[in-house]
Design a protein around this ligand. Structure first.
Ligand code: TPP
Ligand code: MG
Length: 274
């Protein structure tokens, strides 16, 4: 008997190139489950990604039309796709460096515009693919290859940032919380407007070893033991929560969507011209 999810994968290139213990396989697995349960035909999906290990989750492994773009530019490409093909599910999966570092402005402006795309940001707290440089989500004081004495910067709280910028939907879960993550992925994909899920994920190769967690399982235990549901904190932005993973839904609201607005304004202009 064949696994029902295999049909979503480019089987000719399996097994994946992810390191042992990487969270990338879990994200791919849960994403396939979400698509399967939503009964979305992959022909109605366009995947867009940038450069990094997390960008390998959709490309090459997920079997749908895919744009594997330049580092930091996935959301810009995805916006263009959504403008021309509003009927498609346009889904970005990429890393924290890609989406919050070099691509940070695209991220917040897409949330402000409420472009009807879905973004899954795989936050492994590091530039994984290039050997472990500091990223905008690396916690304060962590040693990386570019912060050998410890990181002097505090990290971005990405899901809060995206919610504040205006996204229709923003949530944070981890690769330990697979059922909640699947539900959030399904909700995000079906949500009109800009929808976003930050997925805290383990990278034993380039991050875990820097924080005394050499195996993927060690980071999963950290997600299990140090996650707090948003419902149980009064202020997710509070620095007292540093070292904790604040999980749950940060925004779920109805706002006008960018490509709808664009079409409406264009048609009003065309009518006025006649
Ligand atoms: C314009 C540009 N700058 C830098 C790079 C080098 N580069 C490739 S991937 C990457 C960072 C990857 O980190 P992240 O996006 O967090 O993905 P991860 O590998 O951690 O999943 C960098 C800096 C590049 N390819 N292009
Ligand atoms: Mg990363």
């Amino acid at each position: 008997m064949q696994n029902k999810l295999l049909k979503y994968l480019r089987r000719e290139i399996l097994p994946t190139a992810f390191c042992a213990g990487c969270g990338g396989g879990t994200v791919l697995n849960i994403f396939c489950h979400a698509i399967d349960e939503l009964k979305i035909n992959p022909d109605d999906i366009i995947m867009v990604t940038g450069i990094g290990c997390s960008s390998w989750i959709p490309s090459p492994y997920f079997h749908a039309d895919t744009l594997h773009t330049t580092h930091g530019r996935a959301i810009a490409f995805a916006t263009g796709v959504k403008v021309m093909k509003p009927e498609k599910h346009v889904i970005v999966i990429a890393g924290d460096g890609d989406l919050a570092g070099i691509g940070g402005n695209h991220l917040i402006h897409a949330a402000r515009r409420n472009v009807g795309i879905t973004v899954f940001l795989v936050n492994n707290y590091i530039y994984g693919m290039t050997g472990g440089q500091v990223s905008p989500t690396t916690p304060y004081s962590v040693k990386t290859t570019t912060t050998p004495y410890g990181n002097a910067e505090p990290p971005f709280k990405i899901a809060e940032l995206v919610a504040a910028a205006g996204a229709s939907y923003s949530a944070r879960w981890t690769t330990y919380h697979i059922f909640q993550l699947k539900k959030a992925m399904k909700d995000a994909i079906m949500k009109k407007g800009f929808s976003f899920v930050e997925i805290c994920s383990q990278c034993p190769t380039s991050y875990g070893k820097n924080v005394g967690k050499r195996e993927g399982i060690d980071q999963l235990k950290d997600f299990r033991d140090n996650s707090i549901n948003l419902k149980n904190v009064s202020d997710s932005d509070n620095e007292g929560n540093d070292g904790k993973y604040i999980i749950g839904k940060l925004a779920d609201r109805t706002r006008q969507e960018f490509t709808d607005n664009l079409r409406m304004i264009n048609s009003q202009f065309a009518e006025a011209e006649q």
